[in-house]
Write a protein that binds this ligand. Structure first.
Ligand code: HEM
Length: 463
């Protein structure tokens, strides 16, 4: 029997006639992906919202734009208490349209008055600016210029060349887990590991560190900073002195590394970017720093969660598990795509898109200046796009049409890398350890806290 951890509601969506004004959702529909309780019931909320219309107005909690209002101001307090209302795109077709529409800006500063920009700049500690002003939050032409610089590192050819390295890392991590279990006297099929800590967490960070060119001896230190940085999404986290100190250390470490790569370039992304910087004014210093930060930030926890979510989804759906065990090499790709669709790491884009001109989306009027978020997870369960969307089915023929990586000019640059890592991980794991199973009932697993992503902090398994 398939279990649906943790406590998801499932309700049929009833498509309504599209109104010209977006319907307004109530406080029970407050979207807050930083809350594990919200994540546990989110698919029920999305289903309600889809039934209301393709675009609805609903309250959101927590994002970087809070800082545009002065501390203690009624706007800031209201933001914190009840969330701030935004347009939310609930259905698949309209989500794709919104992500492809160049009247929809990713630069949240475009809606701020000069005074608000100034306030926001003041409210944001220097250390966090590289994250706040990254590729993700730029419009063309700056976005196009910066994206072009790193894109060649993520082509199909580049991924093909990376395969043996990822396979070796996967094998090494699994060898290590086996050795640690042997040292504790545990025998095959009764060995224990925490799947996140021992496997899913270290894999992507080692891959991206290698690609960037962070020397092996520095990686442990860098990983620690990167981990702290992941908690930096909210304004509250930004005031944390320890976090800020870590960010400063990370920043000055990177400055030193850029200098080393300038003197002695090697075959890696930081060397390439440093070179591009010297080659003309294609990349400012702030942009270089920001690019390295975002590659770490956007690519790490997301991939950890894709791998963790896939394993939990599979192990809690016995008939899918049996299919995977029968043919790990043949089914791994389908498992990756279905996991992205069913439990993608990013439920919705938390920094709002800004509407630059009045527009119609799914027959709904969205005015200039409005804030809008695309519900990636909601779109991926839209019954008008995916048959029986709440079922986890690794042989679903159209699972690859999911939009877990977004769409349009900001579509995830690291998607081919995340797919490669997850595919090799799933295939190797189920080939090598067919007895792999959860060490606790699936219902006891809870969505994690801290990083505003859909994923588990711990997954105890036996193997
Ligand atoms: C399962 C893993 C991942 C998921 C679910 C994911 C999700 C996303 C999404 C939804 C976007 C679009 C955001 C938007 O439209 O505003 C995005 C953008 C981005 N991702 Fe990923 N990501 C993953 C892995 C990675 C990896 C491995 C890297 C790099 C090594 C990466 C780097 C980036 C960058 C740099 C952007 C910004 C692209 C742009 O603005 O042009 N991501 N990601």
């Amino acid at each position: 029997m398939a279990t649906t951890p943790p406590n998801e509601q499932q309700q049929p969506a009833t498509p309504g006639t599209a109104p010209s004004e977006a319907p307004v959702a109530g406080a029970t529909h407050l979207l807050d992906r930083t809350s594990p309780e919200f994540l546990a019931r989110a698919h029920g909320v999305y289903s309600d919202l889809r039934a209301m219309g393709p675009v609805v107005r609903t309250p959101f909690r927590g994002d970087l734009t809070e800082g545009a209002h002065p501390q203690g101001s009624p706007e800031r307090q209201a933001h914190a208490a009840a969330g701030q209302e935004r347009f939310f795109v609930t259905r698949y077709d309209e989500s794709v349209s919104a992500l492809l529409d160049d009247r929809v800006s990713s630069d949240f500063r475009s809606m701020l008055t000069p005074q608000q920009r100034e306030l926001m700049a003041k409210a944001m500690p220097e250390e966090f600016k590289p994250i706040a002003y990254s590729l993700l939050m730029l419009d063309p032409p700056d976005h196009t210029r910066l994206r072009k610089l790193v894109q060649p590192n993520f082509t199909a050819r580049a991924m093909e060349a990376l395969k043996p390295r990822v396979q070796r890392l996967v094998d090494e991590l699994l060898d290590k887990a086996e050795q640690a279990a042997a040292a504790r006297g545990e025998t095959a099929s009764e060995r224990r590991m925490d799947f996140i800590e021992d496997f899913a967490y270290p894999l992507p960070i080692r891959v991206i560190s290698d690609m960037l060119g962070i020397p092996a001896e520095d990686q442990a230190r860098v990983h620690e900073w990167a981990e702290r940085l992941m908690q930096a999404e909210s304004q509250a986290a930004m005031q944390d002195q320890k976090l800020r100190a870590g960010m400063r250390e990370f920043g000055s470490y990177l400055e030193g590394l850029f200098e080393r790569k300038r003197r002695e370039p090697t075959e890696d992304m930081i060397s390439q970017m440093v070179h591009a910087q010297e080659d003309g004014d294609r990349l400012s210093h702030q942009e270089l720093l920001s690019m390295v930060f975002i590659l770490f930030f956007a690519g790490h926890v997301t991939t950890v969660n894709l791998i963790g979510n896939g394993v939990v989804a599979l192990l809690s759906h016995p008939e899918q598990h049996a299919r995977m065990l029968a043919d790990p090499a043949g089914m791994a790709k389908g498992m990756v795509e279905e996991t992205l669709r069913y439990w993608g790491p990013v439920d919705y884009l938390s920094t709002p898109r800004i509407i630059k001109e009045d527009l119609e989306l799914g027959g709904t009027h969205v005015p200039k200046g409005a804030k809008l978020s695309v519900g990636l997870a909601s779109a991926n369960r839209d019954p008008q796009r995916f048959a029986n969307p709440d079922a986890y089915d690794i042989s679903r023929p159209d699972a690859h049409r999911n939009i877990a990586f977004g769409k349009g000019i900001h579509v995830c640059i690291g998607a081919p890398l995340a797919r490669l890592e997850a595919q090799i991980a799933f295939e190797t794991l189920f080939q090598r350890f067919p007895k792999l199973r959860l060490a606790v009932p699936a219902e006891e697993l809870r969505w994690g806290t801290g990083v505003a992503m859909r994923g588990f902090n711990r997954i105890p398994v036996l193997f």
